[in-house]
Design a protein around this ligand. Structure first.
Ligand code: ADP
Ligand code: ZN
Length: 667
């Protein structure tokens, strides 16, 4: 674990102390929730009764004699409480004996024992051929007990979780422990429950545990008594003494990247830990990250396992793309739901089946367009649409940071239509569906209204019990849920908000559409998906509708290669922030310049971009500037961090600076 901490500190440019501190929860260090337990570790016989003259003293000796008897019958150390019970005396007797020097007592901090679940019966189905092949391959890896990365590439509903379960079982049979990482606990309650049903002892580790739960779990895992750990990011540091397997489910999820220092990627930390411990690591996904996909092609330790079909011969859902530009031309007015979407919902409701309607989270931003000609207000200096900010009542360009007073009238020659705000939110979608289908029961899942994972579990439980018909939510609904009755999925907008794009946007869009599609038609009833977009002809949408990951990956990897972007290269993003915009700009420019000189002197090849205002240029009154550095290899990146650290470059004179290595987002 210390080796892992050293690597994290060096790679993610974080002080070693802080990194190690992060790896062990503070509650575990303080042993929160542990009780003091007194142990008798040694004793010597009491003086004989004959020597005890007065009766009071004789009576006491009788009790002490009983304690002695009990001690002779036990193996040391023994809990003082157990002896008290056996001897039928009070704990005062023990205390007296301790005072008289007859007993030696040591106090330990201990946790109440954790509860074991009874495993439920095994499912009745047999693994299919693809699953068997994957399981055989994983079994062989586990038997070899050496480092390797097994990439389980399986379409949604192909039975990946069953493959994980089988691998965990194998690891346990070999006397080892297993860690399974999931992106977000609130959205993976079903997976957690499945694991708890199938294994007798499962520890869960996630961010909303109480301090004492956390430290108790930590201790139980460290003692080796719990074979299976399932959890989010920090579970990758679970102190398993006999770790034999790490699984990273949905490895492409951005939530695996920590957004506070050290900004580690859980998947990459898992792979590093696997390498250090010499054990196999399984990365599972329906849409592997391009990082992983490229590693499969280039690295010796990586191996691809495919589950190309859904289980039980289920078909992939029928995908239907709606070009919203066309839709708007065909049907004037602002309609959130296209005709195809309405039809899909209507048919599903009439069959008594369930629907999921989903919105891209970033679709929350409002933009402005002309009610008459539909021209969207764009920045005069950049080719991006401007975003309306309610706080300033102005239109902002997120690229050049210019703002505009919102014109009342369309500026298009001879149009003069009224400019209107147009934006989407889950609440509006919920209302719209309620209005359109008054007898339907619609509920909304939303991080703004749901505080705890129990809230999610309640809502999802109700949906599972078919207590309502339509679940509306942001893209997080897309992740990992398995609802047998959902036969229709509608994506209200597959587009990112205008101007909020970075080099990973294409990949995200592709993943999003494919993931939501996977939520539909998990039962024999089949399913259909409607995807609304203003960018129907773009590569990510086109590939996603065909369910063609490999085609998309090929094209996107070519594009990234041509541009010298990750995963072909490694990136560091430094975000400097300060209350004074000139100060932060100068600091960023100074940093870039000094880094250029320093790294040239050290002969470390690097490309350093001109510092520019971050996409979100001001947060909490601090102006933000980005310095992006691109390296050809991880090794060059690490050497660069080391020399920049030594020269004090990582501590510029601004209010704050974050170093983000392998950023998952440039926003
Ligand atoms: P994935 O994780 O790839 O989306 P799951 O492992 O969740 O897929 O499997 C989807 C559903 O199919 C689950 O309810 C699971 O119990 C079931 N299942 C898995 N393997 C099989 C199989 N071989 N035959 C029948 N049902 C299966
Ligand atoms: Zn602009």
């Amino acid at each position: 674990m210390i080796d892992l901490g050293r690597w994290m500190a060096a790679y993610y440019a974080s002080p070693l102390g802080r990194t190690l501190d992060l790896m062990v929860p503070s509650s575990a260090k303080r042993k929160v929730g542990a009780k003091r337990v007194r142990y008798i570790v040694a004793f010597r016989p009491v003086e004989s009764q004959a020597e005890a003259v007065d009766t009071k003293r004789r009576k006491r000796s009788v009790k002490q004699e009983d304690v002695l008897q009990a001690l002779f019958a036990s193996t040391l150390p023994v809990r003082a409480d157990d002896i008290v019970a056996k001897a039928g005396c009070t704990s005062a007797v023990i205390r007296t004996m301790e005072k008289q020097g007859l007993l030696q007592i040591e106090t330990k901090l201990e946790y109440a024992t954790t509860i074991a679940h009874k495993p439920h019966p095994e499912p009745t189905f047999e693994l299919n051929e693809d699953q068997r092949a994957a399981v055989d391959q994983l079994d062989a890896c586990l038997e070899k007990s050496e480092f390797s990365v097994q990439v389980l590439f399986g379409v949604t509903g192909s039975g990946k979780t069953e493959v994980y379960i089988s691998a965990i079982r194998k690891a346990i049979a070999m006397g080892r422990q297993a860690i399974m990482l999931v992106p977000e606990i609130a959205l993976t309650t079903q997976t957690v429950r499945r694991l708890q049903q199938r294994f007798s002892r499962v520890a869960t580790i996630h961010s909303s545990m109480s301090a004492s739960q956390r430290s108790r779990t930590w201790a139980a895992v460290a003692s080796g008594e719990i074979p299976v750990v399932i959890g989010t990011r920090s579970a990758v540091f679970a102190p398993c003494p006999r770790l034999g397997l790490i699984i990273v489910d949905e490895e492409a999820e951005p939530s695996y990247k920590s957004q506070s220092a050290p900004r580690y990627h859980t998947r990459d930390a898992a792979v590093k830990r696997g390498q250090i411990e010499g054990i196999p690591v399984v990365l599972g996904s329906a849409t592997p990250s391009l990082e992983t996909w490229l590693n499969v092609q280039r690295r010796r330790h990586y191996r691809l396992l495919r589950l190309p079909r859904r289980v039980r011969g289920l078909a992939m859902p029928a995908m239907h793309l709606v070009d919203m530009n066309e839709e708007h031309r065909a049907r004037p007015g602002v309609h959130m739901l296209s005709r195809a979407m309405e039809r899909g919902l209507e048919e599903t409701l009439s069959r008594g089946e369930q629907s999921v309607v989903l919105l891209n989270r970033r679709g929350y931003a409002s933009y402005l367009h002309c009610a008459k000609c539909r021209q969207v207000l764009s920045c005069p200096h950049c080719s991006v649409r401007m975003v309306f900010h309610a706080s300033t009542k102005q239109a902002h360009c997120h690229y050049c940071m210019r703002t505009l007073l919102v014109p009342q009238r369309c500026q298009n020659l001879g149009c003069d239509g009224t400019m209107v705000k147009f934006g989407l939110g889950t609440q509006r979608v919920e209302e719209e569906i309620g209005r359109r289908f008054p007898s339907s029961r619609v509920r909304r899942i939303d991080s703004d209204i749901m505080q705890t994972s129990a809230d999610y579990a309640d809502l999802l439980g109700a949906f599972e019990r078919k207590e309502f018909d339509v679940l509306v939510g942001t893209q997080m609904v897309a992740k990992g849920l398995d609802f047998p009755f959902v036969s229709f999925v509608g994506v209200v907008s597959a587009d990112t908000a205008m101007g909020l794009d970075d080099f990973r946007s294409e990949e995200r869009k592709f993943q999003l559409v494919l993931q939501v599609a996977g939520r539909s038609g998990r039962a024999e009833t089949g399913g259909s998906v409607v995807v609304q977009t203003f960018a129907a002809d773009t590569a990510p949408i086109q590939h996603a509708v065909k369910g063609d990951f490999e085609g998309f990956a090929r094209q996107e990897l070519d594009r990234r290669k041509a541009m010298g972007l990750p995963p072909w290269t490694r990136m560091i993003r430094m975000i400097l922030a300060d209350g004074h915009v000139t100060k932060v700009r100068r600091a960023a420019e100074g940093l870039a310049e000094r880094a250029r000189e320093l790294l040239a002197k050290q002969q470390i090849a690097v490309e350093i971009m001109e510092p520019k205002a971050a996409s979100i240029a001001r947060i909490r009154d601090l102006y933000r500037f980005d310095v992006l550095m691109i390296f050809q290899t991880a090794d060059a990146l690490m050497r660069a961090i080391a020399v920049m650290k030594d020269e004090g470059l990582l501590r510029p004179r601004v209010k704050s600076m974050a170093v983000d290595v392998d950023p998952v987002s440039l926003l």
